[in-house]
Design a binder for this molecule. Structure first.
Ligand code: ADP
Length: 661
């Protein structure tokens, strides 16, 4: 019997009691029925709850399976326990099983540190952003909502979470960050290297950066509130300025080069872009000017241009014909002189070939010459004289240079520079004939002078003989005096004639070099001059002959004779100690002879004249005035030099330097 029922019966009837069999059987039926019912109810209850459980599990499953976000459950050791298909796909794995098999720490994280920071973030706010490595190695960024499931003691059993792919967003954010950084960098760089200013819509400065101030020499305070006129160089035309205004006020960017004036009045050049900023109605409300300093280049350009203009005008005004032709001889440039000189027009010339205008007889020579010029670059070659055909068929003689220039573009170019020398050639020819005529007549004259002088000496010496006899014959003092005067003037005449003979010898005769014994020569000269040396002038000779003197004996003799003779003649009669010093220094290459006296000397003004023909220092001089002239001429014939130093009242010093060979 059912225990619940028997308990109830016992409570109601009290104690053990015998129940009628009929009642017993009924009771048993009721009790069995109840048991049956109870069993059924329990069964139903069980089935119901089973059913309920089944529905929520499948709901969760399908959600889990079909969710777009990744869902996972993982162990503390770094293994997935469960993952949904979305996560498998996101991470690029082929199957759930494959993903479950990997080690999360090493396979999914790029760096251990990244995992640590992801875990930390996760602990603080339950929302983490981190990246994982996909199977192909690329990165995928996740935003995670996750939680730790722990046991009663607080240690983690497993970890579960939902992962959302935020790669696109993160990349965009990174991109933005990078471009923001870049913009900031650019801004900084621009401001550092560029000249920047801002003007309002009326053209008044509202901003200028430090570069602007540096180049213009104005301070920001001086600039702000002023308009463009503060830096106006007055270099640009009104059209230029108007064009800028039109461009920028119509909202377009203007680009160009401007010349400005600094505070201290100097100029600078900038390459600028003026950018108008437009309001909603499309009208400019401010203008940003960004410039770079191009002063140096501009100045160089200006100098180049000025130079070019200078050279151009030099070339165009040159009387020489300056032309340029290519390697084939085709003219690429001819200076205007070509029209004047050869009758060709500029245009006609450009149609011609350089060789074509050369006289046919001179063409082979010039072709060869051109080939030579082509070998070497940038050196002007002086070309032989040749003929250029004029338009009318006549020719002119020219001379000039050819230069092979390799131009910037690598093309060979010949620069030819020619001068018409036809007239000069005619003159030269005339000069040549006149010269030879002159030479001939000169020689004849010399010959004449020589023979006359020579012929004159004989009668003079017979005259002297006759005077000698007469002097002995007469006792008349007056006659004696007259005869003495006659003798003196005849001697003077003879001396002059002998000078003339020396002169004519020097100009007529070739230089004849031989070994000279200078000591012997000097002895002879001083000996011969004894008759003149009445004042007993002491003649001292100092000779350093370390080499053999080789020169023209006659000329050296004439030179020394004249110098020593003068040194005796122009002594001061009052001088008690008259002296002539001859000093010779010889080397293999030259001989230096100095003739020094302590005589009357020569004033500065006269020093310049004493070497002139027939110059005599004073009326009292009884010479011919030819002596020093002959000395100078002779020294020059020997390719030597002569110099004089003299102090009036103290003495004179003549020094000559003659090449010794
Ligand atoms: P000359 O002696 O025949 O007058 P020179 O040609 O020899 O002609 O000399 C020209 C002039 O130079 C002389 O008249 C004289 O005034 C001056 N002169 C030449 N040599 C000397 C000298 N050694 N001392 C002073 N004057 C001199």
């Amino acid at each position: 019997m059912n225990k619940f029922l028997s308990d109830q019966i016992e409570k109601t009837l009290g104690g053990k009691f015998p129940l009628p069999d009929k009642f017993q059987a009924l009771l048993k039926l009721v009790s069995d029925t109840y048991d049956q019912f109870e069993a059924n109810r329990k069964n139903l209850e069980l089935r119901l709850s089973e059913k309920q459980e089944q529905t929520s599990e499948s709901k969760y499953r399908s959600l889990f399976e079909e969710m777009a976000d990744g869902v996972y459950k993982s162990t503390n050791e770094g293994k997935f326990v469960d993952v949904n298909p979305a996560l498998v796909k996101m991470l690029g794995y082929d199957s759930k099983e494959e993903l479950l098999s990997i080690d999360i720490k090493t396979k999914l994280y790029f760096e251990a540190s990244e995992r640590d920071s992801a875990v930390q973030q996760d602990n603080t706010n339950g929302l983490a952003v981190f990246r994982l490595r996909k199977k192909d190695g690329s990165e995928i960024w996740f935003e995670e909502r996750g939680s730790y499931v722990s046991d009663g003691n607080g240690s983690t059993i497993y970890h579960e979470g939902i992962l959302r792919d935020v790669t696109k967003r993160i990349h965009t954010e990174f991109e933005l960050m990078r471009s923001q950084q870049e913009t900031a960098d650019y801004k900084k760089a621009l401001n550092q290297s560029l000249i920047v200013s801002i003007k309002d819509k009326n053209g008044v400065f509202t901003f200028a950066n430090s570069n602007f101030c540096n180049i213009s020499k104005f301070t920001v305070e001086e600039l702000v509130g002023k308009d463009q006129s503060i830096i106006n160089s007055e270099n640009h035309t009104k059209d230029f300025v108007d064009a800028i205004d039109t461009t920028i006020s119509s909202g377009k960017v203007w680009r160009g080069e401007e010349k400005h004036k600094t505070k201290d009045g100097n100029f600078y050049w900038v390459d600028s872009a003026i950018v108008p900023f437009l309001d909603e109605s499309g009208k400019p409300y401010q203008f940003l000017t960004i410039s770079i300093d191009v002063t140096e280049r501009k100045l160089a350009d200006e100098a180049l241009l000025a130079n070019e203009l200078k050279f151009r005008s030099m070339i165009e005004h040159n009387e020489d014909v300056i032309s340029m032709f290519d390697a084939q001889g085709n003219f690429t440039y001819v200076s205007p002189a070509i029209t004047k000189e050869f009758d060709f027009t500029f245009e006609e010339c450009l149609m011609l070939n350089a060789i074509q205008i050369i006289h046919p007889e001179d063409q082979p020579m010039m072709k060869n010459f051109l080939l030579e010029v082509m070998q070497i670059q940038s050196i002007p070659f002086k070309c032989p004289v040749f003929r250029i055909m004029k338009k009318d068929g006549s020719h002119v003689w020219v001379e000039g240079t050819l230069t092979n220039l390799l131009q910037n573009d690598g093309v060979k170019a010949i620069v030819a520079n020619f001068k018409d020398i036809t007239k000069r050639r005619e003159y030269e020819e005339q000069l040549k004939t006149r010269n030879s005529e002159l030479l001939k007549s000169n020689m004849e004259l010399d010959k004449f002078v020589y023979s006359v002088s020579h012929d004159l000496r004989a009668p003079l010496s017979s005259m002297l003989g006759v005077i000698g006899i007469s002097e002995e014959d007469t006792k008349e003092p007056e006659t004696k005096e007259h005869l003495a005067m006659l003798k003196a003037s005849i001697k003077k005449l003879d001396l002059s004639i002998s000078d003339i003979l020396d002169y004519s010898r020097n100009s007529r005769l070739e230089v004849n070099k031989e070994n000279i014994d200078l000591r012997q020569m000097l002895d002879k000269i001083t000996d011969n001059l004894k008759y003149k040396n009445r004042n007993q002038v002491e003649i001292k000779v100092e000779l350093n002959d370390n080499a053999q003197f080789v020169s023209d004996k006659n000329r050296v003799n004439i030179i020394l004779n004249n110098l020593i003779s003068n040194a005796i003649t122009y002594q001061d009669p009052k001088n008690s100690d008259p002296l002539v010093n001859v000093k010779v220094d010889m080397t293999d290459t030259e001989t230096n002879i100095v003739v020094k006296d302590n005589g009357i000397g020569i004033s500065k003004e006269l020093q310049e004249k004493i070497f002139e023909m027939f110059f005599r220092g004073s009326e009292s001089s009884d010479g011919s005035g030819l002596g020093l002239y002959i000395v100078k001429e002779s020294v020059e014939k020997l390719k030597g030099k002569i110099a004089v130093k003299s102090i009036p009242g103290k003495g004179s010093e003549f020094s000559i330097l003659i090449p010794n060979n």
